[in-house]
Design a protein around this ligand. Structure first.
Ligand code: SF4
Ligand code: SF4
Length: 71
């Protein structure tokens, strides 16, 4: 089974550390430390945070482990 994986880019100049993405992420990929957002490399590329971040501070690159040859 190919699992979707996301590469998270946080734009710290945009991020206001509002915490929306921290609460929303289904795999708890975000944590706030020292008033800064960190990501933990668990992203499954559901794209919710990218969509709902009010400051558009998040960009998710979708990466598939395997080819889509079974489609
Ligand atoms: S939702 Fe956006 S602004 Fe809020 S903490 Fe997450 S990245 Fe930062
Ligand atoms: S795309 Fe989904 S899984 Fe990845 S960090 Fe955002 S909310 Fe979490």
């Amino acid at each position: 089974m190919a699992k979707k994986q996301g590469i998270v880019s946080i734009d710290h100049k945009r991020c206001k550390v509002c915490g929306i993405c921290v609460n929303m992420c289904p795999v708890k990929n975000y944590t706030i430390k020292n008033h800064k957002l960190h990501e933990l490399g668990q992203c499954i590329a559901c794209l919710q945070c990218e969509r709902y971040c009010p400051d558009m501070a998040l960009v998710i690159d979708i990466k598939n482990d395997k080819d889509t040859s079974t489609g």
